[in-house]
Design a protein around this ligand. Sequence first.
Ligand code: PNS
Length: 160
Amino acid sequence: MKIAICPGSFDPITLGHLDIIERATELFDRVIILVMSNSAKQSAFTVEERIELIKKCIKNEKIEVDTFDGLLIDYAKKSGAAAIVKGLRAVSDFDYEFQQALINKSLYPKTETVFLPAKGENMFLSSSMVKEICRLNGDISPYVPEEITNDIYLRCKGDK
Ligand code: PNS
């Protein structure tokens, strides 16, 4: 059985993430969405809340959700994952993602990193952008699954 991990902070999950995850299920037998903390980012939702939001949007039986507080590659090793699947948006993602892929490969060569190009309409979509639009009372519905739109408004909407 070929397992893939889709790691990220998912704060919150967006339609861009979901597109990559769904496409990964076409390539692998099982896909684990791995919710992690990114030390470089301040989060709006706790890890537990992010997992609950993801579970509200996932219907595919090939997908499961987990969390891990450590090196991504240690989780890959322990779960026997064949690949880490990442979405690549505009060139700005490339440096960081390439660095991560090389470090992970050197730590544990058996797990590959596979990059899937983001769909055109998701090229500039990010969780940070969703939170900013929400904070300034814009419409986030084109960017996030409808099951969680209200949860995001409740947490991130500004007072204006
Ligand atoms: O959605 P993000 O914030 O871009 O996800 C980044 C994440 C959480 C996948 C990345 O920061 C990560 O892999 N963190 C775990 C620590 C790790 O293994 N780092 C790589 C070696 S330095």
